[in-house]
Design a protein. Structure first.
Length: 249
């Protein structure tokens, strides 16, 4: 199970594990972000930035990027990544303390958050904080795990089953899933309702096709992607690992 540096997180939820640099899913998220929010620019805040592998990609089309996270180890990796890329003047890493983003009200043009809400102690509070730092008319883009993917992407601690990637656990009734799984999971209507309840106006959604980064053998990975998972947007719900939602403050 991943580290849980946040003492406020419910015990059954594991801490998030960020993607590694170079993983295919990072580019896929960025492409869908640009589709859902083509006017993304200015100051972008990445909520739950982890090691920054995703966050530094935003610097290619944004004036300024601030990544925030609760994990000091991940933030140290992120700062090293910023220095290595020569982005010190454009990208910075900040600590998310007590759930608060260290920015003034309305200080961001865009807020992104990729597969973070499923781990936080309070989804509504996290979304409220993202809304606080957005300027009026600013854009939110969040992604969360898709319930209809064939596997629970964060794993589940099932009794008598040491392998945590048991198929179709994600399809179980919510009460059973949430008892054993290491993170929350969402239907599209559920994440849309959460975002709207936080005071945002939803402007678009997308199901992100499974990137298949977990297949270790490159020839097989390329074959599977080419045959079944070539598009960024999933044609069928059970081919998607994440749901992305775009909204306006």
């Amino acid at each position: 199970m991943n580290r849980n540096p946040d003492p406020g997180r419910p015990a059954h939820l594991a801490g998030g594990k960020p993607a590694d640099q170079g993983q295919f899913l990072l580019g896929r998220r960025v492409r869908l972000l640009r589709e859902l929010a083509p006017d993304t620019r200015g100051h972008v805040v990445d909520f739950g930035c982890g090691n920054g592998a995703q966050t530094v990609l935003l610097a290619a089309f944004c004036d300024r990027v601030t990544g925030v996270d609760v994990d000091p180890v991940f933030l140290a990796d992120f700062r090293a990544r910023i220095t290595a890329a020569g982005l010190q003047g454009q990208v910075r890493a900040e600590v998310l303390a007590d759930g608060r983003i260290p920015l003034p009200d309305g200080g961001a043009d865009v807020v992104t958050s990729f597969t973070v809400l499923e781990h936080v102690p309070d989804e509504a509070a996290a979304l409220a904080e993202m809304r606080r730092v957005l300027r009026p008319g600013g854009r939110l883009v969040v992604s969360v795990p898709n319930r209809w993917w064939l596997f629970e992407t964060h794993g589940a601690d099932l009794p008598y089953l040491p392998w945590n990637r048991v198929p179709l656990v994600s399809w179980w009734p919510k009460r059973l899933h949430d008892r054993w799984a290491r993170a929350r999971i969402y239907r599209r209507r559920e994440i849309v309702a959460l975002v709207e309840a936080a005071g945002f106006t939803v402007t678009g959604t997308a199901r992100m096709t499974a990137p298949m980064d977990m297949i270790p053998w490159p020839p097989l990975r390329r074959l599977v992607r080419g045959v079944f998972f070539g598009r960024d947007r999933a044609l069928l719900p059970f081919l998607a690992t994440e749901i992305l939602v775009s909204a306006e403050r």
